[in-house]
Design a protein around this ligand. Sequence first.
Ligand code: SF4
Ligand code: NI
Ligand code: NI
Length: 725
Amino acid sequence: KIICTAAIRGAYKIVDKADKKLADAIAQKGRDCKVEFPNTAYYLPIIYSMTGVAVKTLEDCEYILGMARSMLPPLPAEKHWVPYLGHTLDAGMATLFAEEVYEACKYLIGPHPVDGIWLGAADDVIMRERGIEFVDGTAPGFAAIVGCAPDADTAVKIARELQQKNLYVFIQSDNFGVSFAEQLAEKGVQMGWDTRLVPFGKETSAAVYSLGFANRAALSFGNVPPGEARRNLLYNKNRIFAFVLAIGTAVTDEQYANAAGAINYGFPTISNIDIPEILPTGVCTYEHVVSRVPVDKIVDKCIEVRGLKISIHKMDIPVPYGPAFEGERIRKEDMQIEIGGPGVPAFEYVCTKEIDEVEDGKIQVIGPDLDDIKPGPGVSLGIMVEVAGRKMQPDFEPIFERQMHRFLGEAQGLFHMGQRDIIRHRISKEAFKAGFRIKHIGSIIHSQFHSNFGAIVDKVQVTFYTKREDVERILKDVRAAYAERDARLKGMTDDSVNLFYSCTLCQSFAPTHICVVTPERSGLCGSVSWLDGKAGYEINPTGPNQPIERGKVVNDTLGQWEGTNSFIFNGSNRSLEKVSLYSIMTDPMTSCGCFECISAMLPMTNGIMVVDRDFTEMTPCGMKFSTLAGTVGGGLQTPGFMGHSKFYLGSRKFISADGGLGRVVWMPKALKEELAETLTKTAAELGLEDFLNKIADETVAQTEDEVAAYMQKVNHPALAMAPMF
Ligand code: SF4
Ligand code: NI
Ligand code: NI
């Protein structure tokens, strides 16, 4: 029982190594040189969250390493018994500080952390997107894998098992030069955030990317202020179900030191190797270290030790199923068939029927199934899903259709792309060999519709048409149905409905935030439309989507009603009194953190700029998206700043109280291109001529001055508008 000795020894080695690296960096770049992980507002996140120190320069790094060294306990003599865990925990934390400095220096002077399969630090865009899954339970947590499996096949098996349990797999460190990620790569396993298999780095120090991710979740979603170490660690212990999985033939001192670091977070280490135990203290209610677990039992053991509650969908299909498989692509060489694509008739259609017209669970394939379909592209398929239920409404059909993307994509070996009559799906050879057939798509739809929409749907039947002539014939009627549906939705405006809907899903991490969702303003995450809100209320009448009666008008132009104001007052824990639905300047709507875009006033231009998540460069307001997000989020009202969806940007109600779309003076080129069609249409409706070309982007203006100059050149309409404030 001498792990503490090894961990402390490891910590010394790591601090020494970081010292050397930092000295190199200073010699090459100077003490004032800036250091950062890419595109984050959380600096070096472990250091920032634990100490509150925002490391910005190499000089700051020196200060931190000094601190790390002072945290190192006296080096115990060989085989010396360390009687309590405190010293080891300190050594663990010192290790992580030193490693963050070390990795940050690598970004400056190399070897660059992003290299080949290795991804390096996750930026804030990824952190928000993925971190929320930890908070809302879509992903229970992560397994931090250290070392490598006895062979590549076993590595694949372990990875698949973890993926099926919806866990993220964070990979770092190696075992005698071989890493788990390299084993997966050798077997052609797809890695990356989409598949939840995340290779951070081959060095042991890459562990700080896993643990720093956890710290940032607490800072961002848990609202834990930087510097509040204890709260941050407790948040992680209680909310993030993580553990270290050390596989291999031996554990190095450095790996011991990192394991000690992880124990600070309440993350235990499970290993196949004989690891001497760290003395249990009050930190955890379970064991810190579990060793000598046979490799084939190791995933089960992790789940047991950390006490994960895992719900696995039981579905009668021959392939694994779960969110981790949604991001998986199927390459041409690996596909059995491709359904749809250009010139190939195919569709997916959900339609509402009377209760006696549907036989629940009936799945029919009219025409040949996979055994008799020629492998390759160009396969015609019509998927007709007929549903019935007392609470079902035709308005909900598009919502169901949209969810099919996720439902079908989560089957391994089934790749789902597009919707309606522009689908393009692939089924892999591997899935075919495992026994997957077209009818299994029906089993997925049947079971997922029941488990997700059980409150409104009583019966589901699915019919597949696999003969081209059938698909062509039926497609005529289906297209007519789509057109009718679109016409109905287009006619819907805020004034045409009696009820708006709330969404309070994000209150779990932004406790005062409420999205008010209307036909012309969707939730700021972009995934909750007014119809979604309506359906959400039917599906779960006590859930996050509640109807809001507008009541008496307070201010028509601003978009304030007595009903919406009082709903927000009560729902925000009485912290907000008024919210305007159509203004960025007067009582704007609050933001949680999942906005697709942020709008920010540019005072010199008499207009606003809009930036979306994918644009990570500097913007004319002097802040990057990640910094702006920190300013705007958290459920606060910040006049002049607002988070919103892409949809809202193309709405005629977009900040209509402040002058509307015509106020937009800058946005990233890619966003402009993505939204070109709807923006052009709305601009025309608002009487703005050639408007898209008048919006500056990063290719013509990077500063506020340059935006103003560009506006003069193109005679931007905002120049002639009333002053914004
Ligand atoms: Fe709901 Fe708004 Fe959060 Fe989207 S951003 S989930 S609409 S509260
Ligand atoms: Ni899939
Ligand atoms: Ni949100």
